[in-house]
Write a protein that binds this ligand. Structure first.
Ligand code: F6P
Ligand code: MN
Length: 313
């Protein structure tokens, strides 16, 4: 398919891109509205309040005031959209009904991913999943769109509505301008990003990592899922893993809020995502707070992960 930017040979903003790519009207409006919240969240980040809010989320993590305000910004934006049925966020214990019940889409959010990096001024992000129907009934492959926003030296937004994965940069006028269209990962990359402590890794995972090391992969791990995935996306390959570890066999990252959206974006860019044996997108969640190990990135690294992980007892 010819790139839209080639066809128009001019400035392409997010709305124009979605329209030209044939994204369905409501989905287009929803993605636009969420992208707009990126501006409000970044304005909050710039207020530089790094204080704790004095609350914990359901995962036992201390919430920053910023975690809570990012969540409130998203929820209130979606409340007035008219086409969102439910909203669920890592920062709230329950699914929130925000529509009449007959809307097509439900939205999940990790409003401020990597919030432990706020005080160090490393890049942080927002992760969004858009699912068809009610969240309690999310099955295999029910995610229809996903996005993430990276708050770094630039604010960038990557989205997919099932028609490729595309990156936009927020310019000074507040427009999301197309920067990378139809991102396609190479079959094999050269960077690896490793969560968990080496001393807690399970033997088959350790063997896999040692294999990557003998192949000469370079270490890239920021401690933020969004910037780490973004690096694989923009460098067109590599692998991120947060594996099962001793004492936490389900890993750390959350299936509905973090993993499925990133798996969707990476698969739309020709990559893969697995828990070691099953594709992340094919896992039917049993609960909202479900965690899962993950291996995500270019084809070669993920096929190798499957090979090593299938050796486990
Ligand atoms: O959201 C959880 C998260 O902060 C991710 O952004 C990141 O990839 C991971 O946890 C980092 O975990 P750890 O501190 O164990 O390396
Ligand atoms: Mn997160």
């Amino acid at each position: 398919m010819e790139n839209i930017s080639d066809a128009t040979k001019q400035f392409v903003d997010l709305r124009r891109h979605m329209w030209m790519a044939g994204v369905e009207t409501e989905l287009r409006r929803l993605i636009w509205q969420i992208a707009v919240t990126g501006k409000y969240i970044s304005a909050k980040i710039h207020e530089s309040n790094r204080k704790l809010a004095g609350f914990e989320n359901i995962y036992g993590e201390e919430q920053l005031a910023l975690d809570r305000s990012s969540d409130q910004i998203l929820q209130s934006q979606l409340e007035y959209s008219g086409f969102v049925r439910e909203y669920a966020s890592e920062e709230q214990p329950d699914i929130i009904q925000i529509g009449d019940g007959d809307e097509q889409y439900s939205v999940t959010a990790d409003p401020l991913d990597g919030s432990s990096l706020v005080d160090t001024n490393l890049a942080i992000g927002t992760i969004i999943g858009i699912y068809r129907g009610p969240l309690a009934q999310v099955g295999e492959n029910d995610i229809v769109a996903a996005m993430y926003i990276t708050y770094g030296p630039l604010i960038t937004m990557v989205y997919s509505a099932g028609k490729g994965t595309h990156e936009f940069v927020l310019n000074r006028e507040g427009e999301y301008v197309l920067s990378e269209e139809n991102i396609i990962l190479k079959d094999k990359g050269s960077i690896y990003s490793l969560g968990g402590l080496r001393k807690d890794w399970l033997p088959e995972h350790l063997e896999y990592i040692e294999f990557l090391e003998t192949e000469g992969y370079k270490l890239r791990y920021s401690g933020g899922f969004v910037p780490d995935i973004n690096q694989i996306m923009i460098k067109r390959g590599g692998v991120f893993t947060y594996p099962a570890v001793k004492g936490a066999e389900k890993g750390k990252l959350r299936l509905i809020f973090e993993l499925k959206p990133m798996a969707f974006l990476i698969e739309q860019a020709g990559g893969r995502a697995t828990n070691g044996t099953v594709d992340i997108l094919k896992i039917k969640p049993e609960s909202l707070d479900q965690r899962s190990p993950i291996y995500i990135g270019s084809k070669y690294e993920i096929e190798k992960a499957r090979e090593f992980l299938s050796k486990k007892e």
